[in-house]
Write a protein of this length. Structure first.
Length: 747
């Protein structure tokens, strides 16, 4: 062992000593066997018991997955009693390694998807109008099939995706440079989306106090960096909700989307309901995106793209997962070896081309000056094998296009105070292969600190303490993913309580969200529109409209929270008796929804080694009333139950005690104020959605919830809450870490 590596050897030795010293390990008695009869008897008894437990049979291997021969009849795997995630391909089995090499070999010559692209070209405005009209016509029959039939078809589609796993891996490697490790998990995620949204569709039909109505047409404009999973999830969610879908793939990955759509058609999704379109970027694409017949547009891309789309049509009902500038904090109490591994994987997986990637590492206190940490980081980064994905040993593939603009600057330019500890290098004449780079000295507020880069470059910042690190982590316009490495539960709890991001990760990497386990979506400019997390319990609720229907029996003995009870008491004397009873029942529906869903921290996956907590956080909302006391009061009560800061504007004064600080103003004055103030969320009760969109110029920073007011707490609390997924590693080298029972303690 070289003296420079001695500290690493000590870490390894300590772990081995910890294991060997356990009373369950025979080594713990090795020095006592000769002199301690009790120790000898204990170990002798254990040995004899283990021999007695043996039998003549040879246990079969547990890891037997073989993609070449596995049954692929997933058509009957309907998950009617719950959802389970699809296993990824296990590279430890010989059959899977052969299968993987064959898929990668095909990537060098495959023509998959080309025929679908050619047959789906839209050549002009007339063809586009016909396509939109026909898709909306097909939607009527599709929605009329009902959730049960649509769910069954989506489960069939999941099976078809599984049968084409090898094709999807091959085309992702060919078109976007995905390594097999990155591509295979995408197929699993796509399959999970099919099963998960199939079951979610069934739940839409049983919401008490509200009826769901599918929209006619959803347009999907997916990204190139996840060319199968994200477009598949977007398409399947809209199909599950009962909408027809037009998918316009990213220009860098049309074949990936084409093969995915082919699989869905093969699984039973009608071709007239799911339309793949191939068209030039330009006026025709703009006409599709801004078409007045588009009821929803699902975008995954940059915030700037969302702003562009809204500039074309300010009232575009846009649901978008957008940019991220994500950081992983490392404190002095972290396991530095594990922190380095997770930082490198999070920064350079798929060559850094993930919206969730860690493009920043914020090193706290002594970590920034630790020679050991720096040496480990440099070694890990320079050990990554960069190359084309047909080589299964490659861990970092190419970037999708030769870098230009801000990415090229990130790879080649240093700002004041920055220096390379690993300088990135262009490795071939295509300009697409780059070795990863790491720069230190990134200053708070600098260009690199605040700008999203999609490429293999990591910047390091030095924070004096955890509070400063959190402030820098929160200082960007985005809030998609965030991570921390620390073995101090108090530090972790403080971080969880104050960091501003939709997906939080503790002592692990910050990429690779899994359907249901870690529903995915961000805060701030990482999310646009009235949307919810993909792969989570609320995503489908925004892909249609809701109308009120009578509540079924709501128990009279539900105890309301003090703020809700007080506000309800203030408004009841001003309502007719039947309206007052209806409002009180709606308040009880809110309370039940709070107790059963919104006020709970849930871990539905229940893994032993990792907690995956899904929770809701209150957020500030501006309410514009419509002059009707009953509906305005109903929405205000929902905001109070959610615990959200609520401001109210109304054309007529509300009773004292219902909405302190209310502003009474007519529509024109309110629209003028919105043009100036541009609140982050608006719950709009008045029929002014188009006028509001025009006043704020389609600003993506303004999310408008303009649906009909219902009696359902499950529906009406959603606009007042932000979703958050918190993933916590709870083990140390496979052993439960009791210290982390104090992190987000269960109540």
């Amino acid at each position: 062992m070289h003296p420079d590596e001695f500290d690493v050897a000590i870490s390894y030795l300590v772990r081995r000593l910890e294991e060997n010293a356990s009373s369950e390990n025979f080594m713990s008695a090795a020095f006592d066997l000769a002199d301690d009869p009790a120790a000898f008897d204990r170990e002798a008894g254990r040995f004899l018991a283990s021999v007695k437990a043996l039998d003549e049979t040879v246990p079969p291997p547990h890891r037997v997955q073989d993609r070449r021969t596995d049954a692929t009849d997933h058509h009957v795997h309907a998950h009617t009693d719950g959802f389970s995630n699809t296993p990824d391909t296990d590279p430890s089995t010989a059959g899977n390694r052969v299968w993987g090499r064959q898929a990668l070999s095909r990537s060098t010559y495959t023509q998959l998807g080309i025929s679908t692209i050619e047959s789906s070209r839209v050549h002009g405005p007339a063809s586009l109008e016909t396509l939109v009209r026909d898709a909306r016509t097909a939607a009527t029959a599709w929605s009329a099939r009902g959730a049960e039939v649509r769910a069954w078809i989506l489960h069939q589609a999941a099976g078809a995706l599984e049968t084409r796993r090898g094709d999807l891996v091959a085309v992702m490697a060919a078109e976007t440079g995905k390594t097999i490790a990155e591509a295979d998990v995408e197929v699993s995620e796509a399959i999970d989306f099919a099963h998960y949204y199939a079951e979610a569709a069934r739940r839409l039909e049983v919401v008490d106090g509200a009826a769901f109505h599918p929209v006619g047409l959803t347009v999907v404009t997916p990204p190139w960096n996840f060319p199968v999973a994200i477009p598949c999830g977007s398409v399947l969610s809209a199909l599950a909700a009962g909408s027809a879908v037009v998918i316009k793939p990213a220009p860098q990955s049309p074949r990936c989307a084409a093969v995915m759509v082919e699989a869905l058609w093969q699984g039973g999704v009608p071709r007239d309901v799911l339309r793949y379109v191939s068209m030039d970027e330009g006026e025709l694409s703009k006409s599709l995106v801004s078409h007045p017949a588009v009821d929803r547009l699902i975008l995954t891309g940059s915030w700037e793209t969302a702003a562009l789309f809204r500039s074309w049509r300010p009232d575009l009902p846009l649901l978008a997962e957008t940019s991220g500038k994500n950081a992983l904090v490392v404190t002095p109490s972290a396991d530095l070896d594990l922190a380095v591994g997770d930082l490198v994987k999070s920064a350079f997986g798929h060559a850094g081309q993930k919206c969730s990637a860690a493009s920043l590492g914020i090193l706290v206190g002594s970590v920034a000056t630790s020679e050991r940490f720096r040496r480990q980081l440099v070694d890990a980064v320079t050990s990554l094998k960069v190359g084309w994905p047909d080589d299964p040993d490659v861990s970092v593939g190419p970037v999708v296009e030769a870098p230009s603009g801000k990415l090229l600057d990130a790879l080649t330019v240093l700002d004041d105070g920055e220096e390379w500890i690993v300088q990135p290098r262009r490795l071939d004449t295509t300009g697409r292969l780059w070795s990863p780079g790491v720069k230190v000295g990134v200053a708070p507020g600098s260009t690199y600190h605040r700008t999203e880069y999609f490429g293999p470059v990591l910047g390091l910042m030095h924070a004096a303490d955890l509070d400063e690190a959190i402030a820098w982590q929160n200082a960007t316009d985005f809030g998609l993913t965030a991570g921390i490495h620390s073995l101090d539960p108090d530090e972790v709890n403080r971080w969880i309580d104050t960091v501003e991001a939709g997906n939080l990760y503790v002592n692990r990497g910050i990429t690779g969200a899994i359907v249901q386990r870690q529903p995915f979506g961000g805060w701030k400019r990482s999310s646009v529109g009235a949307s919810s997390k993909a792969g989570g319990p609320n995503y489908l609720t925004h892909l249609g409209t809701w109308t009120r229907r009578p509540l079924r029996h709501v128990p009279d003995d539900v105890e309301l929270s003090a703020p809700v009870a007080s506000a309800l008491a203030s408004v009841t004397p001003h309502l007719l008796q039947d309206d007052a009873a209806q409002l009180a029942a709606a308040a009880r529906s809110d309370e039940l929804a709070w107790q059963r869903e919104f006020g709970r921290e849930k871990d539905v996956s229940g893994l032993g080694v990792e907690r995956n907590v899904f929770r809701y956080r209150p957020t500030e909302v501006h309410v514009r009333g419509d002059g009707d006391l009953l509906t305005t009061a109903r929405v205000v009560l929902a905001g109070l139950r959610a615990g959200s800061p609520v401001t109210v504007s109304t054309p007529v004064a509300l009773p004292d005690g219902l909405a302190p600080g209310q502003v009474v103003e007519d529509d024109a004055d309110w629209l003028d104020r919105m043009a100036r103030d541009r609140p982050g969320r608006v719950r709009l009760l008045a029929p002014l959605a188009r006028e509001l969109a025009s006043a704020v110029e389609g600003d993506p920073d303004v999310a408008v919830h303009a649906g009909e007011v219902t009696w359902s707490g499950r529906v009406e609390l959603l606009p007042f809450l932000r979703e958050q997924s918190v993933t916590i590693t709870t083990h140390r080298f496979g052993n439960h870490d009791p210290a982390f029972d104090r992190v987000m303690p269960r109540h």
